[in-house]
Write a protein that binds this ligand. Structure first.
Ligand code: FAD
Length: 430
């Protein structure tokens, strides 16, 4: 891939003893790429391993939104009412593969048990430190590089069919207000003055200032990895099969092609982290909220700023390659292929919201949001094993990936991060 150096060795086992061995980061999505760069900046020798090319997991096709406003989790107290409504509504944004329910049930029970006011407030206070400075964290990650071109400052709007629909969202806005997010409300024809692409089905915008977005998340991650290898990092394309321990500490990482000694390893493999944890004998309740995108190529018009269409629960982002509409939630297995329903819904809702939109073609995509039941990413060390986790970022991984990488580098160097890391402990489900 491009100018990324693929580190290959004819030896089946790359031996370097103890703490002189490199740190191995497993998974080159936004979390892994950010972690590799921050560890490199801390002066470490780092090997980044991915089973494919970088940035092709969830980090490829997300909505590209730097989303402090996503601080309130899906499991708000309104989820009980909303999920029943969405499942009965053929135009609802929630899908379930019913055959997956028996395996999903233990996670689902834990997930739904978080849909209370007290738990929502706790999760908001867990997520806010990872999200409040998302735009600044991305800028800091790419400071003094050409990559800053992918990060755009913008406003961000919630688009509602009516002011009454905005008022119905009062709980969510109360949570956002608790972390300082207060919108300006625009109604009636002023909506189309603000965003001329919108049809009359949208009658209310809740506009937030000071937000940001990425204009090609997949390419952004590829270039982050290229930046890492250009500065001496090694990228290896191979599937990690196992993590070995000696005397209670990580000793090596086994890939399909060879074994690498390491001083520490960081698991940033998105939803697939669950499979790697299982190899270590650790069961993490991690399931995927599958999401989809449609990308309208050569669109005749685009919004001035990104938005979320609350009726279909999808983000809209004017990107380099077209107009991306990304969202929906489908509860299904991460080994199963895509469904048709969510794509059909995205196309239908987009045609209602943007009645005059013309385009030359459509790209379709499905990806896996890695979601723990308490919607709080797992960032920390497993005991004193030298094995660190950086996964479980559900709907907010693009936004919080750079901060995650920075925190992991600080933890490995035994520097005290300036936030309480207890809520993110990977051992909290033990
Ligand atoms: C439709 C949709 C819209 C979204 N919109 C947004 C948004 O607007 N803003 C936002 O902040 N977040 C958004 N998200 C969430 C975000 O995309 C994810 O949280 C984030 O990309 C997760 O990043 P990651 O690095 O943890 O995982 P991934 O990007 O999935 O990367 C994991 C990597 O690990 C590799 N890997 C897995 N197993 C192995 C193995 N055994 N050996 C080697 N490599 C392995 C994979 O190949 C992959 O490259 C959205 C998600 C979806 C699906």
């Amino acid at each position: 891939m491009g100018s990324i150096n693929h580190h290959q060795s004819t030896a089946r086992h790359t031996r370097v003893s103890g703490l002189n061995a490199p740190i191995i980061v497993i998974g080159a999505g936004i979390c892994g790429a950010s972690t590799a760069i921050w560890l490199q900046r801390h002066g470490h020798e780092v090997v980044l391993i991915d089973k494919g090319t970088p940035g092709k997991g969830a980090s490829y096709g997300n909505a590209g939104l730097l989303a402090h406003w996503a601080v309130d989790p899906v499991t708000s107290p309104t989820l009980w009412k909303d999920s029943a409504k969405f499942l009965l509504d053929p135009n609802g944004p929630l899908f379930i593969k019913w055959s997956h329910i028996p395996r999903l049930l233990p996670w689902l029970v834990k997930f739904m048990s978080n849909a209370t006011d007290a738990n929502t407030r706790r999760i908001v206070s867990n997520l806010d430190p990872l999200l409040y400075d998302t735009v600044a964290q991305h800028k800091s990650l790419v400071a003094d590089t050409a990559l800053s071109k992918w990060i755009v400052d913008s406003k961000f709007s919630y688009a509602y069919p009516s002011e009454a629909a905005f008022n119905n969202d009062a709980y969510s806005w109360k949570m956002k207000a608790s972390v300082g997010l207060k919108p300006t409300i625009i109604t009636g024809s002023a909506v189309q003055d603000e965003e001329p692409i919108l049809g009359t089905s949208i009658q209310c915008l809740a506009v937030l200032e000071g937000q940001g977005h990425i204009t090609d998340p997949g390419q952004y991650v590829i270039e982050l990895c290229r930046h890492f290898t250009d500065h001496g990092g090694k990228f290896v394309q191979s599937e990690v099969l196992d993590i070995n321990r000696k005397n209670g500490r990580v000793s090596s990482v086994v890939t399909r092609d060879q074994t690498f000694d390491c001083s520490h390893t960081v698991v940033t493999a998105g939803i697939w982290s669950k499979d790697l944890m299982k190899k270590l004998g650790i069961t993490i309740p991690l399931e995927t909220e599958r999401g989809y995108h449609v990308m309208f190529e050569n669109p005749s018009e685009v919004p001035r700023n990104p938005m979320i269409m609350t009726a279909g629960k999808f983000g809209v982002n004017p990107m380099v390659a077209g107009l991306r509409c990304a969202g929906t939630v489908e509860l299904a297995d991460h080994h199963a292929g895509p469904s048709k329903g969510p794509i059909k819904l995205l196309k239908k809702q987009a045609s209602i919201a943007f009645p005059n939109l013309e385009y030359s073609g459509i790209q379709e995509w499905m990806g896996f949001r890695p979601t723990p039941p308490d919607s709080t990413p797992l960032i920390g060390e497993i005991g004193s094993t030298g094995i660190f986790t950086g996964f479980g970022h559900q709907h907010i991984g693009l936004s919080s990936g750079p901060k995650t990488g920075r925190l992991i580098a600080q933890l490995i160097d035994r520097q005290n991060p300036n936030i309480d890391m207890t809520p993110y402990s990977p051992e909290r489900f033990a």
